[in-house]
Design a protein around this ligand. Structure first.
Ligand SMILES: Nc1ncnc2c1ncn2[C@@H]1O[C@H](COP(=O)(O)OP(=O)(O)OP(=O)(O)O)[C@@H](O)[C@H]1O
Length: 310
């Protein structure tokens, strides 16, 4: 189990970046960390990997204490792997060689088999012999993930793992990777801006704000009961509407057009979203957004209904 106990850290004395962090993660579980830019997601991964010296608190993996660079010649814990945003690959060697570098040279057959298995996970078999310098940013990102998995770490730390990968590949890669990690019982912490990493694949979600843990719960509980607009906005456009003197948060799919109601609005703009249209409308002097199956004329008068239940 990973234990993060009362962890406080700042790069300088004046500014705290991780303010009294506490949480645990069991073996094989997946955690997503979300929050606005600069809230400390990457720094948290670095602290867990042992790349910074904590100001206060301790981090343990099972019984072993994670120690910072003050205590290690080569910082970082052996049984963790960390994929940073800058990949750190060997540009002049092939994709296969980059993966094999972390596998034992004494067992060439096993090493080859494992490399093939990982090439399949990242869907890069056709590029096995391509030099890394000739790959796109997204392809390099996939190689970095495979390389981190080569030695089957006990905990994998991923910083924005799919940020450079196109949507089509992203979905299948996410499914491959997270299924593989569960099969191998590898715990995983993903720092991400992408709700899809959290909603479908994480067992737990931590939301950070102002360098503190704002909430730690399951993704579905956080999605269904966002404690404030900041949290809901991580998942979708969010409407903050006053109904009967009470402020409610509504996702766009919770607002519908009806034939008659006393909730009238005027259409401002319509955006094509593929399987639906996102409508921007004015309701009681505020802008709201909702989903609709058809486009609407600008300035059309409409009647709405709100569903608070999801
Ligand atoms: N090496 C560093 N030296 C000094 N300050 C740093 C360093 N790295 C990050 N910071 C600062 O620490 C804070 C947290 O940065 P961090 O990269 O952890 O945020 P983040 O949530 O991962 O952001 P993003 O979503 O933009 O990647 C920011 O204010 C950042 O400027």
């Amino acid at each position: 189990m990973l234990q993060v106990n009362n962890v406080t850290f700042g790069y300088s004395k004046k500014k705290i970046v991780l303010n009294n962090f506490n949480f645990t993660l069991n073996e094989g579980e997946h955690l997503c960390v979300m929050g606005e830019s600069g809230c400390g997601k990457s720094t948290l991964l670095k602290a867990i990997y042992g790349l910074v010296n904590l100001k206060k608190g301790e981090i343990y993996w099972k019984e072993i204490r994670v120690l910072g660079p003050k205590f290690h010649l080569v910082p970082g814990m052996d049984f963790f792997k960390y994929v940073a945003q800058d990949f750190d690959l060997m540009p002049y060697t092939s994709v296969s060689e980059n993966i094999k570098k972390f596998l034992s040279r004494f067992y060439p057959e096993e090493s080859e088999q494992r490399t093939q298995e990982l090439l399949e996970v990242i869907e890069m078999k056709p590029f096995a012999n391509t030099k890394v310098k000739n790959l796109s940013g997204g392809q390099k990102q996939r190689v970095a993930i495979a390389r981190a998995l080569a030695n089957e770490p006990e905990l994998l730390l991923l910083d924005e793992p799919f940020s450079q990968i196109d949507n089509f590949k992203k979905n299948s890669l996410r499914r491959n990777l997270f299924t593989y990690l569960k099969e191998k019982n590898i715990a995983c912490i993903v720092a991400t801006h992408d709700k899809n990493d959290a909603l479908s694949f994480a067992d737990h979600l931590i939301v950070l704000r102002n360098n503190k843990i704002l909430i730690n719960d399951t993704p579905s509980k956080i999605y269904h009961n966002p404690i404030e607009k900041y949290v809901a906005a991580l998942f979708d456009d969010i409407n903050e509407i006053t109904i009967d003197g009470k402020i409610v948060l509504l996702y766009p799919h919770q607002i519908k057009i009806v034939e008659h109601s006393n909730l009238s609005a005027v259409v401002l703009e319509t955006y094509f979203k593929g399987s639906f249209w996102l409508i921007e409308a004015e309701f009681k002097n505020q802008k709201i957004f909702f989903n609709n199956s058809a486009a609407l004329q600008k300035r059309a008068a409409i009647a709405l209904s709100f569903t608070e239940s999801l």
